[in-house]
Design a protein around this ligand. Structure first.
Ligand code: S3P
Length: 429
């Protein structure tokens, strides 16, 4: 198993670009495939999760051209242009692939099976299977449809008005994609706003979609037209560099062209509240998604509270925010974040157990944790549990800590950010 040894230390200086946003890249391939005509995707993520989505559409008859290394052209075939995949679709580690595709597959005129790796097969699918079933979808899976492999017999769908108990963009998007195939208007309301890339992109492609606070509705049968889509850098990948530059003395890092959609920038809000010196420069908007350069300088951080509506806006950044909290002055309390327990691994358990190995003080709650900041972390041997964001967070902790750190099982980083280590280590002075 690949491991990463961190011994080299020093301030981080320079400019970095991070890979294209993972969530937006999935959606560009999915929606581009359902649109009529060509969709040109500029700078998509090439992480394994995104390749899984791309491969699934290739299996369903979509032709993909790669005219340049940083571009994909999806030859969309319209809402009913997909063909039956001859084999099982393998979503690998990607929750977004399995959940969004489940929504989409329920409305097709064919049969399909979708599964994933040993981690994904343990993650809950009932959250999409239940509302989709109430639309008339025919889905089977282990434990009453809660675990992949999922078997889907495409059928005609009825619209629903669904009040979701959780703020989840994957649930919302699965229902919106199924809603494209329903006879009428499908509506979903979430308790607080989760990332809204699906809504923004569907609208850009011409879907008949309406938004009202935390509700969104879509008319079945909307015609989608191919578009050119620039993918902004992924703020969830930028997060590791932001935290590293803040906590490692003598650092100054400029992250170029990062997506700063307000449903994703909770990390910036939280860090600014903690006293971070972060500036947004060169702000602009591309097809409805805001983008900016982010300039980060070493700062003295203090503890804070992260809860309520901030949770869906920081959900993927909570592990690396916990690393920042472990050296901030005072306590940081994370609450209302039970969702962390059903991510690529149980991220509350993983963060608590691994940060303690660095000498951090962490108290675990059912829905979060309290982290009491220390002056210094000490290098240690720790493990990722096969979770890319835990692996990258621990590498940042290793850079901050004194002495040597070994992070076990770091090949999972390729899920979202294959060039992470090279980019990070090249910034060390
Ligand atoms: C994602 C939504 C979030 C997030 C995940 C990507 C998406 O999951 O954690 O990494 O692309 O829709 P949930 O919808 O389960 O909160």
């Amino acid at each position: 198993m690949e491991k990463t040894v961190i011994e080299q230390k020093g301030g981080l200086k320079g400019e970095v670009t991070v890979p294209g946003d993972k969530s937006i890249s999935h959606r560009a391939v999915i929606i581009g495939s359902l649109a009529k005509g060509k969709t040109r995707i500029i700078e998509p993520s090439r992480g394994d999760d995104n390749l899984r989505t791309l491969n699934a559409f290739r299996m369903m008859g979509i032709e993909v051209d790669e005219p340049k290394v940083d571009q994909l052209i999806i030859n969309g075939r319209g809402l009913y242009g997909l063909t039956e995949p001859e084999d099982v679709i393998d979503a690998g580690n990607s929750g977004t692939t399995v959940r969004l595709l489940t929504g989409l597959l329920t409305g097709q005129r064919f049969f399909s099976v979708i599964t994933g790796d040993r981690y994904l097969r343990k993650r809950p699918m009932k959250r999409v299977v239940e509302p989709l079933s109430s639309m008339g979808a025919k889905i089977w899976g282990r434990e009453n449809g809660n675990f992949a492999p999922l078997v889907i017999n495409g059928t005609r769908l009825n619209p629903i008005d669904y009040i979701s108990p959780i703020a989840s963009a994957q649930v919302k998007s699965a229902i919106l994609l199924a809603g494209l195939y329903a006879d009428g208007v499908t509506k979903i309301t979430e308790p607080s706003l989760s990332r809204d890339h699906t809504e923004r992109m569907l609208r850009f492609f011409g879907a008949n979609l309406k938004r009202d606070d935390n509700s969104v509705s879509i008319a079945g049968g909307s015609n989608l037209e191919g578009r050119k889509i620039e993918i902004p850098g992924d703020i969830s990948s930028a997060a590791f560099f932001i935290v590293a530059a803040l906590v490692i003395p003598n650092s100054e890092v400029l992250l170029k062209r990062v997506g700063v959609n307000p449903s994703r920038t909770g990390i910036l809000e939280v860090l600014k509240k903690m006293g971070a010196n972060i500036q947004l420069l060169n702000e602009y908007e591309t097809w409805g998604e805001p983008v900016a350069d982010i300039l980060v300088k070493t700062s003295r951080l203090k503890g804070t509270k992260i809860e309520g509506e901030l949770i869906p806006k920081t959900i993927d950044e909570l592990p690396v925010l916990s690393v920042a909290a472990s050296v901030a002055e005072g306590d940081t309390v994370i609450k209302d974040a039970k969702e962390l327990r059903v991510k690529e691994t149980d991220r509350i358990k993983a963060v608590a157990s691994e940060l303690k190995k660095f000498g951090a003080e962490v108290e675990e709650f059912d829905d979060g944790m309290r982290i009491s900041g220390k002056d210094e972390l000490k290098g240690c041997d720790c493990q990722s549990f096969g979770d890319h964001r835990i692996a990258m967070s621990l590498i940042i902790a290793g850079l901050m800590a004194s002495g040597k750190t070994v992070v076990e099982d770091t090949s999972c980083i390729g899920t979202s950010f294959p060039e992470f280590k090279d980019k990070l280590f090249s910034l060390i002075q």
